[in-house]
Write a protein that binds this ligand. Structure first.
Ligand SMILES: NC(=O)c1ccc[n+]([C@@H]2O[C@H](COP(=O)([O-])OP(=O)(O)OC[C@H]3O[C@@H](n4cnc5c(N)ncnc54)[C@H](OP(=O)(O)O)[C@@H]3O)[C@@H](O)[C@H]2O)c1
Length: 226
């Protein structure tokens, strides 16, 4: 299977890329990235700055891809405009391009977060505060604008998949992703719901290769995939 990856320079995407490179069922990878990556015979890096626009050179590269693992994104964005562009616009633009261009059926796996809020009518009373103090806000505080956007991406991607047979969407919603080799931290974080980085990436590969009976995958599901 040829797989498109995004976010492959990041914490989660790097592990996904490394497992893709090692997996015999994944024959080639196109990494859509702002930065170059170390060369590998299975890997083609397509440098891209604006993830809303896909020139023919990139469309030709991804034409025979059957799946995408989308880990592009950040929990903390500098401002709401960037958050909207990166979380929502980039993901939905890519989904449309991949559906038009790539193989059918196509699987789109979106890496969201456990705090994503899918109920778009729920008032986020702290959003006002977010605009001013988001950068200093402690992580445990509350859901924020990015979480709301991720919820919107989830809703829109699932709706897009419903409207387009042959386009399958899966959402993974990890929380407390533990880096490889975490020791003391693992003991503390392990008391709450957590997922190890290599297990998360392994579960993502499994989902794109085999599909899954459900669309939303929380930590407990991710931990039981392998
Ligand atoms: N880490 C966690 O514990 C955790 C837990 C739950 C959910 N998540 C979600 O998983 C996703 C990935 O998280 P992560 O921890 O791997 O993030 P990360 O280490 O910050 O990596 C982010 C990746 O997204 C790319 N990216 C960010 N902003 C971009 C932009 N404006 N244009 C193009 N590319 C951009 C980065 O590319 P560059 O290298 O070019 O900047 C990088 O490859 C996020 O959506 C996050 O909310 C993470």
């Amino acid at each position: 299977m040829k797989v498109i990856l995004t976010g492959s320079t990041g914490f989660i995407g790097r592990e996904v890329l490394s497992q893709c490179l090692a997996h015999p069922a994944i024959t080639s990878i196109v990494a859509l990235s702002r930065r170059d990556l170390p060369a590998h015979e299975k890997l083609k890096v397509a440098l891209i700055e604006d993830f809303k626009t896909y020139p023919d050179s990139i469309r030709n590269e991804i034409r025979d891809a059957e799946a995408c693992i989308w880990t592009l994104g950040k929990a903390h964005m500098p401002n709401n405009d960037i958050a909207r562009r990166v979380s929502l616009d980039y993901t939905l633009a890519a989904a449309k391009v991949f559906r038009e261009t790539c193989q059918k059926p196509f699987r789109f796996l979106y890496c969201s977060g456990a705090a994503a809020e899918r109920d778009q009518n729920k008032p986020l009373w702290f959003m006002q505060e977010y605009r001013h103090i988001r950068v200093r806000e402690p992580w445990w505080n509350h859901r924020n604008f990015t979480d709301q956007l991720q919820g919107q991406v989830e809703n829109e991607l699932l709706g897009f998949a419903d409207d387009h047979p042959g386009f399958e969407a899966h959402i993974v919603r990890p929380a407390m992703v533990l880096a490889r080799g975490m020791s003391l931290h693992s003991i503390v974080f392990g008391l709450g719901p957590s997922v190890k980085l290599d297990d998360l990436a392994g579960a993502m590969l499994d989902l794109v290769l085999k599909g899954g009976k459900k669309n939303i995958w929380e930590n407990a599901d991710l931990n039981s995939v392998r």
